[in-house]
Ligand binder design. Sequence first.
Ligand code: AMP
Length: 209
Amino acid sequence: MGARRIVLLGPPGSGKGTQAVRLAASLGVPHISTGDLLRSEVQNRTALGREAQRFMDRGELVPDQVVAEMIKHRVQGTTGFVLDGFPRNVKQAQILESVTEVDRALHFRLDRDEIVRRLSARRVCSQCGRVYNLLSSPPKNDALCDLCHGALTQRTDDTPEVIAHRIDVQYAREIGPLVEFYRARSVLREIDARGDIETVYRAACKALE
Ligand code: AMP
């Protein structure tokens, strides 16, 4: 049987969220996105959400322990998951390793200019949460959701300054050691994330065999 406990690594905008949804559906395992979980805590104005928002708005990582507590019970003892946005650094990878094995870590690679171009074009429905991209998966009308006609908005952390900060501070500094962590465990596979959604999906499926 192929890999079922999967983590996705890659810069914001690499399409890993889109691929996570498809991979999880085809494997019949939960898709666990720490970004989505945190945004829902923020929206519901929970104590955790209020704590997390200060970091998210600045493009900083939320403290490891806060995020770890949120996902530990979701992966412990399960036989399958697609983790999207966690781990973000070696400390988080060690926490994850203390509660479950990982069968495969897919690293979606994309250069900086392309990341900024893609994130600037991302739009989210303010009502149902569906994600669009004006370049690769545009809505029929630039301002409205195809499904529920809710207003499309930009994530507050998808502004050029915060994007630059997320790439440089969160991603560039942490990804090297994280990739080496999983390479040392022989579960790392590199994916070229420049292609269209279908091409990248096929590459990801192949990497899970
Ligand atoms: P994302 O949707 O994955 O781009 O995440 C949005 C924001 O949530 C990030 O910029 C971080 O502030 C926070 N976040 C998401 N996942 C994590 C994580 N594993 N560790 C710390 N912060 C996270």
